[in-house]
Ligand binder design. Structure first.
Ligand code: EPU
Length: 417
């Protein structure tokens, strides 16, 4: 197993480029199931979760070839309709294949994902939607077995905005007969990216990015070439890296408008952000101010930036209240941040962070993807050495992060344990 060693206290400076979005690429790969033929997906980040998605598609009978950040997927011979427990338990997003398999083949058998480190994360909304579209669903031996002669468009009102649920039903409804309305839909940019690809394939989707999405079913879809959008969470993580080290970083290949909620909070904290000619320059202040945040569905403050923002608030002036409203167990980084000397107490859904002058480097353990990022950020700002173990979590979602940070002047290396 690899670990990261960071010698903190260096101000980050220079240029960094953001990779393609993990959370957009995953459903985009799954969408290739909907049409037989050859797809070319570019700007694909090199990540463990992408590898898992490739394994899922391969197990279904697709042929996949990768060349750097371009992946070619041929779904002509995709005839298997089962996604096993082995694959789904490694990555929950694999469950998104259920609806597309059902739409293309009339049946599917997909393992239920089970629990997750950040919360229970049920898929009841996905299943409710598939049933409403006319699927017959049975749960047997830990698997969801779904069949449908013909899916029929309908109105689906989500109990809460769910990113995966919205993506899943939007993909499935493209091949249903008639019109489907997804109400109280999630509005994340990754959903818009997926809808853009589906529309290129011949789907008729309107309203992606709003809370009501209208999908008019079509008879068939065709394969396309598609470029994945930049990763807004990776971009946000670099913005916080600049801020927490008092650095001056220029970030390219990012879409700042996807990060409005974070940008306002960083500016309130005293961080300078300039957007010019597609490059975002972030300058950390001498002293950060404490700011409260509440995570919310997009366009609110993203839960995927909560841990990183908390690391920042650890060295801000004053006290900050950080409320996590999306996942019930997404404070696992708190006890690790406390090992850096941070002053944090948890009260229900909120963490109260009292800023201190300096963090001090420590051996810590990564618990999930974004928690890992927050520990790196704390390590970059801390005095002395930090050692982060269990970084396989990090490799699920950040492409070559230690190399990118080293390119900005950070003293960070990956070593084999
Ligand atoms: N929920 C249900 N029932 C459902 C679906 C969701 O109760 O059927 C609940 C969840 O338990 C959660 C809330 O609704 O409390 C929102 O979950 P959502 O479905 O939106 O999350 P997701 O689709 O499983 C995606 C990202 C996550 C990100 C969340 C929220 C992907 C592959 N994953 O998950 O990304 O945190 O949206 O924005 O797109 C990450 O990248 O680190 C990550 C965890």
């Amino acid at each position: 197993m690899d670990k990261l060693i960071i010698n903190g206290g260096r101000k980050l400076k220079g240029d960094v480029s953001v990779s393609g979005s993990k959370n957009a690429a995953l459903p985009i790969f799954v969408a290739t199931i909907l049409a037989p033929g050859k797809f070319e997906i570019s700007n694909v980040p090199f990540l463990r979760d992408i590898n898992t998605t490739i394994k899922v598609l391969d197990s279904l009978g697709a042929r996949i070839e990768g060349n750097g950040n371009v992946v070619r997927i041929d779904t002509t011979g995709l005839n298997n309709v089962e996604a096993t427990y082995e694959l789904v338990k490694t990555m929950r997003a694999s469950v998104l294949v259920l609806g597309p398999l059902l739409a293309r083949h009339g049946r599917a058998r997909v393992s239920l994902p089970g629990g997750c480190a950040i919360g229970a994360r049920p898929i009841d909304q996905h299943l409710k939607g598939l049933k409403a579209l006319g699927a017959e669903i049975r749960l047997e031996h830990g698997y969801v077995e779904a069949t449908a002669k013909k899916l029929k468009g309908t109105r689906i009102n989500f109990d809460m905005p769910t990113v995966g649920g919205t993506e899943h039903l939007m993909m499935t409804a493209t091949l249903a007969k008639g019109v489907t309305l997804l109400e109280n839909a999630a509005r994340e940019p990754e959903i818009v990216d997926l809808a853009n690809m589906l529309n290129l394939m011949g789907a008729q989707i309107e309203g992606a990015g709003t809370d009501t999405i209208r999908i008019e079913g079509v008879k068939e879809l065709s394969p396309v070439d598609y470029r994945v959008m930049p990763d807004r969470i990776e971009a946000g993580t670099f913005m916080v890296a600049a801020a927490i080290t008092g650095g001056d970083v220029r970030i390219s290949n990012m879409q700042l408008e996807h990060l409005d909620a974070l940008v306002f909070k960083l500016q309130d904290a005293g961080v300078e952000i300039l957007n010019k000619d597609g490059i975002v320059r972030v300058k950390g202040p001498k002293k950060l101010r404490s700011i409260n945040i509440k995570t919310r569905p997009y366009p609110g403050f993203p839960t995927d930036m909560q841990a990183q923002f908390m690391a920042l608030m650890c060295i801000a002036d004053g006290a900050s209240v950080i409320a996590e409203n999306i996942f019930e167990n997404r404070f696992m980084h708190v006890s690790e941040l406390i090992r850096f000397g941070a002053d944090i107490t948890i009260d229900g859904k909120s963490a109260i962070v009292k800023g201190i002058k300096k963090l001090s480097g420590a051996p810590v353990m990564a618990t999930d993807l974004r928690a890992s990022a927050s520990l790196i950020l704390a390590g970059l700002a801390a005095e002395g050495q930090t050692e982060i173990t269990r970084i396989y979590h990090l490799d699920r979602g950040y492409e070559a992060i230690e190399k990118k940070l080293a390119g900005l002047g950070a003293d960070i290396v990956r070593v084999k344990e």
